[in-house]
Write a protein that binds this ligand. Structure first.
Ligand SMILES: [Zn+2]
Length: 475
C-alpha cells in the first residue's frame, strides 16, 4: 500500500473520511495477523461493547433488550443473539429513538439506504465509524491487490453522490493523485460503453472496479470491439452477478472476478480472497448471523443479519439486510475462519430496456431512489415491471396507508422518468407484499418484453444464452 497515499494524501485531502487512516489500517492488520483465538476473543469484546453502548444510550434498544430479558453480557459470538431482527420498517418509524444519546445530531453524518431491496430509509453514522468503515474497505481492496494510488477505472450505473458536479480540484485529486477514473452513467448503451472503452484504453487501469451489471455489459462490448490492455484486478460489487456473466467477464478480461459485498447501511463488509471460494465477512467490522429460510435451487438459503461493530451513532443490531445467502460447507483454502458465504442471492436488479437499444440498469433505479434523500414512510417495497418498451408497471406495497403514499409514488415516478431518454407510460398496482422468489431473490425489475436481440440486453436479462466465446486480444 502506498505510504504516500495512506499517510499523507488521503488524510489531508479527505479528513472527514480518512483522518487517522494509518492507525486504523494498522489496527485491522494487527487483527488479521493475530491467531484465530485472539480474533474471536476480539470480536466477542467488540460485540459486547456495541451492545452495552446500545443498551445504555439508545432508547429503542433498551426497550427491546428489556422486553427480551437480554443483557449485553449474555451475548456470545458463536450463537444467535436472542433478540428480534431489526427491520427497515423499524427504521422508517422514526430515526430519533434509534440514535445514541452520546452524540449530538450535528456530529453524525446522514446517509440513505439504496432502493434495491426496499424503498430507501435515511440513517446516521458517527464520524469515527465512518472512518473505520473506509479503512476496512481499503483493507478488503488490498486482499485482491488493489492499493490506494493504483490506477483504477470505476464503472458505475449511476452518478455517485460525490461525482455529480466535480470541481477541478476534486478531479485533480481523484484522477491525477488517486489515479482513479470514474465512469458513471445512468443509461448504458453502445455510445456510453464506447466512452468507457476509450477511458479504459487511454488510462490502461490496473484495477477495474464496477457494478456487476455494468461490468458484464462492458465485458460483452469489449468482446465485440477487441482490446489491447488487461487489468490485473477486477472487482464487482453492488449486486448479484450470475454465473454466466461472471464467466463472460473472466474470459474477456483474463483475470478472476473478485466479488465484494456491502450496503449503504453497513458499508463494505465482505470480500473474496485470492482463492475465490466465497465471500468472507470481516469480523473486525461486523458480527453476522445466518437465519435459515428454506431450500432454494442453490441449496439451503439464509437471511443475512448483520450487527455492525463500527457505527456507534446509530447502532444496527441484528439488521435484516434484505439479502439472502447460501453457505459453503467447506472452509476456504486461505485458512481464514471468517464467516463465509458461497453466494449472495438478494438484489437481482436487471434493468429497463429502452427503444434505442440502451438499458437503464436496475441498480441505477435503486441508487436514484436513494438519492431522493428522504425516508419513505408509506411505500415499503416497489417492483418495476416493464410491460412494453414504453410502459412501466409499478407494483408497490405500503407499510401504512397514510397521506404520504401519493406524494411518495409521484416522487418515485418523477425520479425514474428523469433517468429515461424517452417518455414512459406508467401504471400502478398496490399489492400486499412483494415476496422473495423461490430462488431467495428479490427482483427490483421484471422484464415482460421479449428479450431484444442485443448482447447488452442479454447481460442484464435472465434467460439462458449461449456460452460466451473466448475473446481475441488485439495486440
Ligand atoms: Zn479465503
Amino acid at each position: 500500500m502506498s505510504i504516500f497515499h495512506t499517510h499523507m494524501l488521503l488524510p489531508l485531502a479527505e479528513p472527514e473520511r480518512h483522518a487517522g487512516l494509518p492507525a486504523r489500517l494498522r489496527a485491522i492488520r494487527r487483527f488479521e495477523r493475530s491467531s484465530d483465538k485472539v480474533q474471536r476473543a476480539a470480536q466477542q469484546q467488540r460485540l459486547q461493547r456495541i451492545l452495552d453502548h446500545a443498551y445504555n444510550t439508545v432508547p429503542f434498544y433498551r426497550q427491546r433488550f428489556d422486553d427480551a430479558g437480554f443483557r449485553p453480557s449474555d451475548a456470545r459470538v458463536d450463537r444467535p443473539l436472542p433478540l428480534p431482527v431489526l427491520k427497515r420498517d423499524d427504521l422508517r418509524d422514526g430515526v430519533s429513538a434509534l440514535l445514541s444519546s452520546s452524540y449530538r445530531l450535528q456530529d453524525l453524518r446522514r446517509a440513505g439506504s439504496s432502493g434495491t431491496t426496499s424503498t430507501p430509509i435515511q440513517f446516521y453514522r458517527d464520524i469515527e465509524g465512518l472512518r473505520n468503515k473506509t479503512a476496512l474497505q481499503l483493507q478488503l481492496n488490498s486482499w485482491s491487490g488493489y492499493k490506494p494510488g493504483d490506477s483504477v477505472l470505476m464503472l458505475w450505473g449511476a452518478h455517485r453522490d460525490l461525482a455529480m458536479q466535480p470541481s477541478w480540484r476534486w478531479r485533480f485529486y481523484e484522477e491525477t493523485l488517486m489515479r482513479c477514473t470514474p465512469a458513471p452513467s445512468g443509461i448504458i448503451n453502445d455510445e456510453i460503453l464506447e466512452r468507457f472503452r476509450e477511458r479504459y484504453e487511454t488510462r490502461r487501469p490496473k484495477v477495474l472496479y464496477a457494478y456487476s451489471t455494468v461490468l458484464a455489459a462492458f465485458a460483452a462490448f469489449m468482446q465485440r470491439r477487441g482490446m489491447t490492455h488487461r487489468p490485473t484486478t477486477v472487482i464487482a460489487t453492488a449486486e448479484v452477478m450470475n454465473d454466466e456473466n461472471r464467466k463472460l467477464v473472466e474470459s474477456v478480461f483474463g483475470v478472476p472476478v473478485t466479488m465484494h459485498y456491502g450496503s449503504r447501511e453497513v458499508g463494505m463488509v465482505a470480500a473474496e480472497c485470492l482463492d475465490h471460494e466465497g465471500l468472507h465477512f470481516h469480523p473486525w467490522s461486523s458480527y453476522v448471523e445466518f437465519d435459515p429460510i428454506g431450500d432454494t435451487p442453490d441449496g439451503p438459503a439464509y437471511r443475512l443479519l448483520i450487527t455492525d461493530l463500527l457505527n456507534y451513532g446509530q447502532p444496527f443490531i441484528r439488521y435484516d439486510t434484505g439479502d439472502c445467502v447460501t453457505l459453503s460447507m467447506q472452509s476456504c483454502s486461505c485458512g481464514r475462519w471468517f464467516p463465509m458465504v458461497s453466494k449472495i442471492l438478494g438484489r437481482v436488479c436487471e434493468g429497463i430496456i429502452l427503444a434505442d437499444g440502451g438499458i437503464v440498469p436496475g441498480i441505477t433505479l435503486g441508487t436514484q431512489m436513494a438519492q431522493m434523500g428522504h425516508t419513505f414512510r408509506s411505500i415499503a417495497q416497489v417492483q418495476f415491471v416493464q410491460k412494453s418498451l414504453h410502459h412501466i408497471h409499478l407494483r408497490y406495497a405500503v407499510k401504512e396507508d397514510s397521506t404520504a403514499k401519493q406524494p411518495e409514488l409521484d416522487s418515485i415516478r418523477t425520479a425514474i422518468d428523469a433517468l429515461m431518454n424517452q417518455p414512459m407510460h406508467w401504471s400502478l398496482e398496490q399489492v400486499a407484499d412483494i415476496p422473495r422468489e423461490r430462488s431467495g431473490k428479490i427482483r427490483l425489475c421484471v422484464s415482460e418484453i421479449p428479450p431484444p436481440d442485443s448482447i447488452l440486453a442479454n447481460t442484464l436479462l435472465t434467460p439462458k444464452r449461449p456460452e460466451p466465446q473466448l475473446p481475441e486480444l488485439a495486440s
